[in-house]
Structures are given as structure tokens and as C-alpha cells.
Design a protein around this ligand. Structure first.
Ligand SMILES: [Zn+2]
Length: 485
């Protein structure tokens, strides 16, 4: 099921189109090793679209073939006029620029860069898709800067394994984020481009595989009936933040998963569709959940909880049955802190051997903290409010933050400055950074992710939180700022 409606948002190669997101008005630099792989790659890639490809070639080739446009590289201004004429004639088509080395030998590379920069706008206006071919490491200074100017880069490399050549393409920007900077194997056999998909070289997506758009439509139409489970997960192919979201969906209903990410649902839905397409997530149809009435106001119980002082509210929430009918399962704080202490040792040990491990561990703490806050918040909200919760408002934010940090980390907070959309709070006697000294905010990863998680779920909007000052960095207190975006 290929989508053919808008010819230039796809290359016609179903595997490549899952990886790379072609857009009308886009420029792509294709850098290769011997100034031959790039052309061969594009020729095989665009095979089904070749009728809309215009090769822009140097006048050095005396005879232009079909689908070729000859330009003179002698003067930059003349070149620009010719190419722009062509762009206007070939609106919406694909232009392949093959004369760069010649141009760079003849002209000052900075002047060529300037021309490229100006062309960016012309390309976006004519809605063409334009590929510039360049040999790698030849015009190094130009290449480095050009990579930053264009919308996307495809880096091609050839590696010799025993007596065999292995080809790789690496998309940089303009692709599905999980493939950004990843080396993806490819091969051209009898004009057919085979691209690595789930570890196998294929020229078409496996049978039964749906496009992202059709998966999204299906998700939307069956929201309350689909159960999500993990399939073939490849942590090495995705950023940590995605990995946390992905592993957090195991066994949940699509509607629940959506309630976990009300603030960023369009992005998450797009990712989910990609995971389903690649087999990382599997879906099963189940009976729909009984739905309640949609209310605009919070229930009396919730409103009461948000009115009384934090200490009392916390005791009410933690008393089983009275407020929540059933106690939400939480890990006792002491146990939690003991695990944390052990983890700190593990991280110290591991990062002594692998320095970049520390950054990963810090990010993991932040993302997993955020996920567990989202889950706990949703669980509490559902117990209090039923399956169709009323709306929390900005004025409830301080109470939500105080309850969360007390229940989650045993921290007491005081609010020092707040505006309509932001809130500054200090943690009293922060035990998280007790005896720690650090050159970056230490408590941020524990507190901010949790605050973002709870507020996003309750307010259903994007929230940001960061640590302003931290005792681990020598400040007299740990202070945070949360902003409702
Ligand atoms: Zn602290």
C-alpha cells in the first residue's frame, strides 16, 4: 500500500520512504567516496520517479540526453539564472545537480556557498526536490559548510569486508529520528536498490506492511479497542527518550497510552505508527472499555483534595479505600532510596570505565522518572475521577507539585515566586543531594522529570521544568522553575 497521491513526498522506494522523509522544496547533499556511488544510488532509488527527474549537467557534455538540462559553469550568475529558469519550468520535479566538482575548481568556494544559500529559498518556492552530488573529503571546507546549509544530507560510504564491498548510507536530518546518523546497509543489484530493514536487505517493505498514514488512521478509529504489546525492540536503533516511551507502553490500551502523553500526543502517535510499521510494537483488538460521561468540572473529592493543606491531602490519598477505593501501589520511600543509593554506586563504577555512561544514566533517570510520574498521576486521576477525568487548572499546579514531590521523593517544597504560567519552588532540606558535589544540577533529573510528567498528564498541556540552583553545586538550596507552555 504505497501512497502515491503526492508524488514528491515519496521517492517511490517504500523502504527508503520509511527511513527518509522527502518533502517538496527540500535540498539534499549526497556525499560519496568516489563521486560515483551517489549517482548510482539516486538512479536506483528514483527508478519509479525517473520521469520527473531532471539532471542538471555541465555544458562540458556536448550532447544533452533526454531529461537532462545543460548549464554553463563558467559564470556563477549565468548558472544561477539558468538553474532558476529550469526550477520554474520544472515545478514540483526532482533536480539532480552533478557539476559541483567542476564548479568548485573554477570558482571561489565561498561564492558557491553563497549561491547555494540563496537557492535554498528558490527551491522551497518552486517546490522541487534537489539533490547535490559531491565527493567526500575533496572540497573539505566547502563540504563542511554546505552540509549545514542544505535541509538534509545522505552520507554514502563503502567498506571493504574481506574481498567484498559493503555499502552504507547514513541519513543526517530529514529522516525519521531513529535513523538519524545511523549507518544503513544498501546494495544495488540489477538496478534494484536493496535497503536494510530490520537487519535484512529488501527492495520493498515486507508484505502486509502498512504505511504510517494508514496505521495512524487505524489507530484513531479503534482507539479504545487496541491493546499494545512489545514486539522486536531494537534499543540500538533509537534514542533513549524513545526507548523509555516504547517500553512504557507494554500491555496498555491505546486510550490509556494516549492519556499518558496528552501534551505531546501527535509526536508520540507518529512514533507509535512507525514502531508498529517496523514490528517493534504489536497490536491486538480487544473489547472496548466502558466509557463514562465527559465532565468539565473535577469531582468533589478531587476539589476537596486540592483545597486542604498538602500534608492532609497526602494522608487522605494514602489511606486506602476512603479516597481512592483501592490504594495505588507505591514503593515505600526507604526502599526506593536504598535502590537509588545502590544505583548510584553502579553508575559510579560503570562510568569510571565508560565516561559517556554518566550522561546516559542521567537522561535515563530523567525519562524513566517522567514515565513513572505520568503512570502514577494517571492512575490517581482515574481513581479519583473515573475514566473521563475533569480538567485540572493552572491554579491547582502548586498543590499537584507539592503532593507529587512529597509522595514521590519525600520532599517538602515552598513556593517563592509564581506567575500565571510559571512557578518557582525551593526544596526544603533536599536529601537527594546530601553529601554530593557536582558540576551540573544534580537533583534536576530526579525532580524535573517527575514534575513534567505529573503536570502534563493533569493539565494535558506541555510543561517544562528545570533546576535553577542546586546545593550539590554549592548553592544554599535546590530551587526549580516549572513553566506551563
Ligand atoms: Zn538537591
Amino acid at each position: 500500500m504505497k501512497k502515491d497521491a503526492e508524488p514528491l513526498s515519496t521517492t517511490g522506494h517504500s523502504v527508503f520512504d520509511q527511513i527518509f522523509k522527502l518533502k517538496p522544496g527540500m535540498t539534499v547533499l549526497v556525499a560519496d567516496e568516489t563521486f560515483s556511488e551517489g549517482y548510482a544510488f539516486l538512479k536506483a532509488l528514483l527508478k519509479k520517479r525517473w520521469y520527473s527527474v531532471v539532471e542538471v549537467v555541465s555544458a562540458r557534455y556536448l550532447q544533452a540526453g533526454a531529461g537532462q538540462a545543460v548549464v554553463s559553469t563558467e559564470g556563477l550568475q549565468d548558472l544561477s539564472i539558468h538553474v532558476n529558469q529550469r526550477r520554474r519550468q520544472e515545478k514540483g520535479k526532482i533536480l539532480l545537480h552533478t557539476y559541483l566538482p567542476e564548479l568548485l575548481v573554477r570558482h571561489n568556494p565561498d561564492e558557491v556557498l553563497k549561491l547555494f544559500e540563496i537557492w535554498q529559498k528558490d527551491v522551497s518556492m518552486s517546490k522541487t526536490v534537489e539533490f547535490y552530488l559531491i565527493p567526500k573529503n575533496t572540497f573539505t571546507d566547502f563540504e563542511k559548510k554546505a552540509r549545514a546549509i542544505v535541509d538534509s544530507v545522505i552520507d554514502l560510504s563503502v567498506v571493504r569486508h574481506d574481498s567484498q564491498f559493503v555499502y552504507y548510507m547514513m541519513p543526517i536530518r530529514g529522516c525519521d529520528p531513529q535513523f538519524h546518523l545511523k549507518n544503513i546497509r544498501y546494495e544495488i543489484i540489477h538496478d534494484k536498490l536493496l535497503v536494510e530493514w530490520n537487519g535484512v536487505l529488501v527492495d520493498e517493505l515486507p508484505e502486509g506492511m502498512l504505511s504510517i498514514e494508514s496505521i495512524k488512521k487505524m489507530l484513531e478509529s479503534k482507539e479504545d479497542r487496541l491493546l499494545l504489546t512489545l514486539g522486536d525492540v531494537r534499543p540500538d536503533l533509537m534514542p533513549l527518550s524513545d526507548y523509555v516511551v516504547l517500553t512504557g507502553l507494554e500491555g496498555s490500551r491505546l486510550s490509556t497510552f494516549k492519556s499518558l502523553y496528552p501534551d505531546v500526543w501527535p509526536e508520540i502517535e507518529e512514533k507509535l505508527a512507525g514502531w508498529i510499521a517496523s514490528g517493534a510494537v504489536k497490536i491486538v483488538e480487544a473489547e472496548p472499555e466502558p466509557s463514562g460521561n465527559v465532565r468539565s468540572r473535577l469531582r468533589l473529592k478531587s476539589r476537596l483534595l486540592l483545597m486542604v493543606p498538602t500534608g492532609l491531602a497526602l494522608r487522605l490519598v494514602l489511606i486506602p479505600r476512603i479516597f481512592l477505593r483501592k490504594k495505588v501501589q507505591t514503593v515505600p520511600l526507604e526502599a526506593h532510596l536504598a535502590v537509588l543509593e545502590a544505583m548510584r554506586r553502579v553508575i559510579e563504577y560503570a562510568s569510571a570505565k565508560r565516561p559517556d555512561f554518566l550522561a546516559d544514566a542521567r537522561a535515563a533517570t530523567y525519562y524513566f522518572g517522567q514515565l513513572s510520574a505520568r503512570k502514577t498521576a494517571l492512575e490517581y486521576v482515574r481513581r479519583l475521577e473515573g475514566s473521563n477525568p475533569g480538567k485540572f487548572e493552572a491554579r491547582h499546579v502548586p498543590k499537584l507539585v507539592a503532593l507529587t514531590l512529597k509522595a514521590g521523593w519525600g520532599l517538602d517544597v515552598s513556593f517563592t515566586a509564581s506567575t500565571k504560567n510559571s512557578l518557582v519552588f525551593d526544596v526544603k532540606k533536599c536529601h537527594l543531594c546530601e553529601g554530593v558535589s557536582s558540576d551540573s544540577p544534580f537533583c534536576d533529573k530526579f525532580v524535573s522529570g517527575v514534575v513534567v510528567g505529573v503536570l502534563s498528564v493533569c493539565l494535558k498541556t506541555k510543561v517544562d521544568c528545570f533546576e535553577i540552583t542546586c546545593r550539590a553545586m554549592g548553592a544554599d538550596r535546590c530551587s526549580f522553575k516549572a513553566t506551563i507552555l
